[in-house]
Write a protein that binds this ligand. Sequence first.
Ligand code: 5GP
Length: 202
Amino acid sequence: MVEGILLIISGPSGVGKGTVCRKLLQLKKTLKLSVSTTTRSPRPGEEDGIEYHFTTASDFKKMIDNDYFLEWAVVHDHYYGTRRDLVKRILASGQDLILEIDIQGAEQVRKQVPEAISIFLAPPSMEALEERIIGRGTEEPDRIAGRMATARQEMQAYELYDYIVINDLVEDAANLIDSIIDAEKCKVSRGARPPGGGGDSK
Ligand code: 5GP
């Protein structure tokens, strides 16, 4: 069986990774979204095992020591990580999997899984990103400048990615990623073959 594709979707904080991934999952029913482990508290409506596996910092650290994570990072003072065993199981079953993770995590996955496809989600402009961060309403006004400074730094990571997708309209961004996945599936290097396996070799 051909292994599933591992898709990394990353980009600066506030760019709308979560929204684009949700749209993409509606478009492509065969895609799965990896459920990360985190030490942050659940937000209203979030359920353990659905949005995240919620855990304590001490348990998270034990999991790091036991090499449970394919990647992990501290994002906004909380630990986030992707469990190696869950990723392996899903890919081995032939399903394609999205990792919606921050820039630091994306770098770790790229090093360990060179065949993963990495997509850098970028805002249409830095002004638009600032408006989104303010509009989200989760930041104290005095922390906005700090968030923007981090975002500017994160934007520089784009060169390390396979693809850049601009998130202006969520629907367009999700459609573009959908097409990227379709194109990757046609690659001979990924196991695509003509009907009958390519004829005889005479
Ligand atoms: P939130 O707490 O708003 O759901 O996510 C905060 C940030 O953590 C987002 O940028 C998200 O992409 C990132 N994130 C979520 N899960 C993981 C993970 O498993 N690993 C890493 N490195 N980042 C993650």
